[in-house]
Design a protein around this ligand. Structure first.
Ligand code: TRP
Ligand code: SF4
Length: 404
């Protein structure tokens, strides 16, 4: 995989700490599904990250891993387009985490906002652990081991992508220029064959001496076309073009998911901790009942009392699911007491059930056949591992660990 294409690789992970709900679908999964058609995507189950906070109750993780993958598949994540895997089945992440920890200043991890927040907010378990402190370093390893260019995350994860960028920069700065870089680059040039080597040298000279951008692009295309050179040589050839050392770990960028907050059954943000979720694959009867029994504008006690949609949790869901006509019908009917709350909820129930229908259908084949899910994940793990191994080899060698 070349540097240029690798820049674009998309990687994201999710912690398996419970069943997914419609908040995950609208906030994250719809975005994944869109991205899988545009980019090479790697999506993984961050079970080690779940352990950093749930180390005392790993049962929930074990149970959630497979259910979460089924939720992804049910939502439309396509294993033909995206690579799906489990973090702990790619032990290369752990080795890179260890190696990155050597160059991670303590102050960087201590000042990450999520760390301070979580420590302050959590009182039901002790998070003053080595593992939890290393959370962002492990996340950096997750990203850097695939040389991912794009990391779709929510706002809360941006500081983690930022620390990843800083670690990549620091790593490249310390180890990027291996001793004898120029000699190795010269050897790599010769491996392209006489004609290509000559062309590479001319294009490189044209770029470094004249700043000719077109020559740079041509040289990059030339490297791209080489079939028989190793990843290391390829990187060296890229790095040598602009005179510098090689970028071993490219800096990723956060792809902000700018989905509006998904309201839950009580009007607050949909979240497991508020107990206000609609699980992704909930059965239709339970979904209908949950919506039918939602609290409404508290001022609307009797059917004849007019209400105010602006303060009603039900209307917040209409904002997500209903078209303008329906919303106008609600505004008009609610404020004039022309419709009852059950009338108001019915089209909402229909829309949610309709959204979930294909999910339930897609899920069925996986629920009925757990081996199918396992084989999708096994294949994903294999593919992820081969990419991860190649990066790790580069990292080991840059850090002087490739003696035998
Ligand atoms: N920390 C992320 C979360 O809580 C999950 C995660 C782990 C992740 N590793 C990642 C996300 C790498 C993106 C990239 O949501
Ligand atoms: Fe809420 Fe609809 Fe009832 Fe108005 S009619 S209070 S918007 S549920």
């Amino acid at each position: 995989m070349s540097q240029i294409e690798a820049q674009k690789r998309v990687l994201s992970g999710m912690r398996p700490t419970g069943r997914l709900h419609l908040g995950h679908y609208h906030g994250v999964l719809k975005n994944w599904i869109r991205l899988q058609h545009e980019y090479e995507c790697f999506f993984f189950v961050a079970d080690w990250h779940a352990l950093t906070t749930h180390y005392e109750g790993p049962e929930v993780i074990e149970e959630s891993v497979w259910q979460m993958v089924i939720d992804w598949l049910a939502s439309g994540v396509n294993p033909g387009s995206a690579t799906l895997f489990i973090q702990s089945r790619v032990p290369e992440h752990a080795e890179l985490h260890l190696l990155l920890s050597m160059i991670t200043p303590l102050s960087w991890v201590e000042r990450v906002p999520s760390y301070k927040d979580m420590m302050a907010r959590t009182n039901d378990r002790d998070l003053a652990t080595y593992g939890f402190l290393g959370y962002p370093v492990l996340q950096s390893a997750d990203i850097l081991i695939y040389q991912a260019g794009n990391v779709p995350v929510g706002q809360d994860q941006v500081p983690h992508v930022e620390i990843t960028r800083e670690l990549a920069r620091r790593f490249n700065h310390i180890y990027g220029r291996d001793s004898g870089f120029e000699e190795l680059a010269e050897v790599a040039i010769k491996k392209m064959g006489r004609k290509n080597a000559k062309m590479y040298r001319e294009l490189r000279r044209d770029y470094t001496e004249q700043g000719n951008q077109e020559s740079l692009e041509k040289a990059e295309a030339l490297i791209q076309d080489q079939q028989n050179i190793s990843l290391g040589d390829r990187d060296r050839l890229f790095g040598y073009l602009d005179g510098g050392g090689k970028v071993i770990l490219p800096e990723p960028q956060a792809l902000l998911t700018e989905a509006p907050v998904m309201p839950g059954l009580d009007g607050q943000k949909m979240s497991k901790s508020y107990n206000n979720t609609i699980p992704l694959r909930e059965d239709p009867k339970t979904v209908s009942k949950a919506i039918r029994t939602m609290t409404t504008d508290p001022a609307r006690v009797r059917r004849n009392d007019p209400g105010n949609p602006e303060v009603c949790p039900v209307f917040k869901l209409h904002e997500v699911y209903s078209d303008e006509d329906t919303k106008n019908w609600v505004r008009e009917g609610c404020t004039s007491a022309g419709i009852g709350c059950i009338d108001c909820k019915n089209p909402l129930i229909d829309s949610v059930l309709e959204e979930q229908q294909p999910m339930r259908e897609r899920a069925r084949q996986y629920e009925d056949n757990p081996d199918l899910v396992k084989s999708i994940v096994a294949e994903g793990c294999e593919k992820a591992r081969s990419v991860a191994r190649a990066t790790l080899e580069e990292v080991r060698s840059a850090m002087g660990l490739d003696y035998r």
